[in-house]
Design a protein around this ligand. Structure first.
Ligand SMILES: [Zn+2]
Length: 664
């Protein structure tokens, strides 16, 4: 409203000036002298955009007809191209407006009342005029208005975006009482007044430099025109002449509404492309919005950073320099940039490798063949038993599954029994051979049974297996020195009538990290510095018939944090101690002996007060069946005292063990 007031007060002043120097205007009409729109009428008359009647009058208060509007827009934009309008049965070929209607239809400014009616003699409503004006200057329609009108609910849906655009740009303010009167017929005075408010400069001569006096629209209908602005205010330059070259040396927006135009963008601008075959040579940063379907836009001559948004389908961008970014809207298809296709709803930067396509959504399809499949568990390569998908994923068994070996099986990664999986491995006299790594990680429920061995790699220098399968007798010869384990249990492990062997320094036949392990009538063998059973947490029960052999320096049973229940069996260490109870961090191990007297495999008692070193007690507790402990294991108390004085409990078992190994 403020602007309208300013415009009106300016007009009043102008009228007074005119009154004082009437000859200056040389009024074109007999009926406009002193009219509020006199200056606008004179301006657009002098530019040959509007003309009066034969009787010498302009008739400013008359309604404008649709045919007259077509003629005015055709003159304003100097339209030449004509559309075939024979479908409009109410436009006589020899009517004065026939060519103009063909021209405004070709430019997309008028579409007709229907496919067969243009109603050229009928009045033009204000909202129809606003819509034509927005199309004529290629202003992008806007969803929201920065201003509301008391009769805004009367605006037709098809006109709202155009009216919002004009209002938001400040070109249209509405009436002083807060109305916009969209349904009113537009008067001949109003149309020129609106042109006058909106268009601050009109470039209709070739080779001219135009200086926009203030913010507003500059219409260019000539070739080789340079547009500047007097106050540096943002202007909208409308390139309306086909094949014209226009240089824009002022910041703001450029709207290209004519085909085959070239725009030199020499100041930061947003260029709206509403036509075909446009060339944009930007030497300053520019945004380009392509609102024309099936259009070609060349960026030949562009040296600055240009960001293109493609809002219509089948747009081809050519000569885009490296670094040009192109974004396509969701519904847009057929975008091509420098011969590269750009998908809908995506962004593309010329000269950059396209982002890798996201992995297609893959739905696992598992095969029907069951078996051990090499796969990964986190970063660890393991074998899982189950069905495999083509992608390598394995669906493990979730129900009990019995596997009976028919030959030795060699794995180049540990076997992984998944959580929830329940598997029984019947060795049936064969061996599971782990080739240089732990043999089995159990997170489910695993039962290993029958004769045979599960062991990590046991090979001699010639690559031959050297373990003596007659495990209770003979000699075990082992090479190597790696901390490999037979079975690492985190779930439920049962070893019955089977053998698990470990050959390497610090490796253990069974490591119980969590869960429970039950051993019955089985043979656990460790050589070197290895242990038969190593309890980190959880519970291990050594039951009837269990033979734990620990060669050299290892333990038959070692607990650092869990509970080791020695119910029965015989336990033996060639050089070291049969059992060790120790601490690991905050945890201490516990060994419970179900029997008062435990014997080693030779029948020699492992007694609490027995020979030195039979139980190596660093921390934790040792209980016998009667609940008696230290009083019955007097040597241990002595050892405990001795150790407490000499060994820091913060040392790891391994550190302490290594320090004392030589003394053992
Ligand atoms: Zn898959």
């Amino acid at each position: 409203m403020k602007k309208m007031k300013q415009a009106l007060s300016f007009l009043l002043v102008a009228c007074m000036v005119v009154a004082l120097a009437a000859t200056a205007f040389a009024a074109s009409y007999t009926d406009t002298d002193g009219h509020w729109a006199e200056e606008a009428i004179e301006r657009w008359t002098s530019l040959d955009i509007v003309k009066g009647y034969d009787d010498g009058e302009y008739k400013p208060e008359n309604d404008l007809t649709r045919g007259q509007a077509a003629v005015i827009f055709a003159r304003l934009l100097k339209l030449e191209k004509k559309a075939d309008i024979t479908n409009f049965t109410d436009v006589a070929a020899d009517a004065y407006y026939a060519d103009a209607i063909a021209q405004v239809v070709a430019r997309g400014i008028m579409n007709g009342k229907s496919s067969s009616s243009m109603d050229p003699e009928g009045p033009l409503t204000r909202e129809e005029f606003f819509t034509m004006l927005v199309r004529a200057i290629g202003l992008p329609v806007e969803e929201k208005s920065e201003k509301t009108f008391s009769d805004g609910n009367k605006v037709s849906d098809w006109a709202a975006g155009s009216i919002n655009a004009l209002v938001n740009a400040g070109y249209v303010q509405g009436y002083e009482n807060g109305t916009i009167r969209p349904e009113n017929d537009i008067k001949r005075s109003e149309i020129v007044a609106l042109f006058h408010q909106t268009v601050v400069a009109y470039a209709n001569e070739d080779g001219k430099e135009i200086v926009a006096p203030e913010k507003g629209v500059v219409i260019v209908v000539a070739d080789d025109v340079t547009v500047k602005s007097e106050k540096g205010e943002e202007v909208t330059v409308v390139v309306a002449k086909e094949e014209a070259t226009v240089t824009v040396e002022t910041a703001g927006a450029v709207s290209v509404v004519a085909d085959s135009a070239t725009v030199n963008v020499a100041e930061e601008n947003t260029v709206y492309v509403n036509a075909d075959d446009t060339t944009i040579a930007a030497t300053e940063k520019a945004e380009v919005v392509v609102n024309a379907k099936d259009a070609t836009v060349s960026l030949e001559g562009t040296t600055a950073e240009v960001a293109v948004t493609v809002a219509e389908s089948n747009v081809e961008i050519t000569d885009a320099p490296k670094g040009t970014s192109v974004a396509t809207e969701e519904t847009v298809t057929g975008t091509v940039v420098n011969e590269d296709k750009v998908a809908s709803d995506s962004s593309y930067v010329v000269g950059e490798e396209p982002a890798p396509a996201p992995a297609p959504v893959h739905v696992h399809t598992y095969g029907t063949e069951e078996g051990w499949y090499k796969t990964t568990q986190g970063s660890v390569t393991v074998y899982k038993y189950g069905y495999q998908c083509i992608c390598g994923d394995v669906k493990p068994y979730t129900e009990a599954k019995a596997l009976t070996l028919t030959a030795d099986m060699t794995f180049d990664a540990p076997i992984y029994i998944a959580e929830g999986q329940d598997i029984t491995i019947d060795l049936a006299g064969h061996n599971i051979i782990a080739d240089g790594h732990d043999a089995i990680y159990n997170y489910g429920t695993l039962t290993v049974k029958s004769d045979g061995f599960v062991y990590p790699e046991l090979v001699d220098d010639n690559g031959n297996l050297v373990f003596n399968t007659d495990n209770t007798k003979g000699t075990v010869v082992v090479k190597g020195g790696k901390a490999l384990n037979g079975i690492v249990n985190n779930g439920t492990l049962s070893v019955e009538a089977a053998a698990i062997a470990v050959a390497d320094d610090f490796g253990s036949a069974i490591v119980n990290r969590a869960g429970t392990t039950t051993v019955k009538n089985a043979v656990l063998v460790a050589t070197g510095l290895g242990n038969c059973v190593y309890v980190i947490d959880g519970t291990v029960d050594l039951n009837e018939g269990t033979v734990a052999l620990s060669a050299t320096y290892g333990f038959a049973g070692l607990t650092l944090g869990g509970t080791l229940n020695v119910n029965d069996g015989s336990y033996y260490s060639t050089v070291g101690f049969p059992f060790c109870v120790a601490a690991n961090g905050d945890k201490t191990g516990t060994i419970n002996f179900a029997k008062r007297v435990v014997t080693d495999r030779t029948g020699t008692e492992i007694e609490a007060d027995g020979g030195a070193g039979e139980i190596y007690w660093l921390a934790g507790s040792i209980q016998t069946a009667a609940g008696q402990a230290e009083d019955d294991i007097s040597v241990i108390a002595a050892l405990d005292t001795e150790i407490d004085e000499t060994v820091s409990q913060t040392k790891t078992y391994a550190e302490y063990f290594m320090e004392n190994k030589a003394n053992s």
